[in-house]
Design a protein around this ligand. Sequence first.
Ligand code: ATP
Length: 198
Amino acid sequence: MPDSRRVGVFGGTFDPPHVGHLVAARDAREALGLDEVRFVPAHRSPFKEGDAGTAPDVRWSMVACAVAEDDEFTVSRVEIDRPAPSYTVDTLRLLSEREPEVEWTLLLGVDQWASFADWKDPREIARLARIAVLTREGRNPASVDPGVPVDRTVVPVTRLDVSSSDLRERVASGRSIRHLVPEAVRAFIESKELYGPC
Ligand code: ATP
């Protein structure tokens, strides 16, 4: 019998997607031997309730631009097509039902891991997927204890100090985001006049 397919689920707001996301996904794929990393843009994060942000379909399109050149990266509509808020446990349940043969790994940045106890059904999440915590901007998950007794693997990620909020600020203040996002994403942002300048 062939080994089951290994797929990483990489959730986020991706407003916009940037090189930090892509490098994290690449490092996780290599370290964990994943066949695919599936980017899952949230319809609306339960933790960004009051934040209107960029429309879900627009963020989905930016992620599609960002992953277009990489055969092992894909983008899913599983959260975009469900009513908000987007709970990871529901997403993993749906994915497991649709593709029962897949071995799922949830990829989490250390900032998300720190608040994992506040997520809906963290133990059920850990039952549905292996949990891999990615280092971010020098922050090591080993020093973070969310207080939930679930197993996790730590994945060291090449350090890149870049965040979506920083990129939005750069555009709003008329600074360049060239080389911090794939060129297709930069062109998309420019053509849709996202994020200002205000
Ligand atoms: P914002 O600045 O708006 O909060 P963000 O840059 O953190 O956005 P998200 O879409 O919230 O981007 O992040 C999705 C996932 O990618 C999270 O797990 C986050 O930890 C991870 N991530 C984001 N930026 C980096 C980075 N520079 N290095 C490693 N992981 C990152």
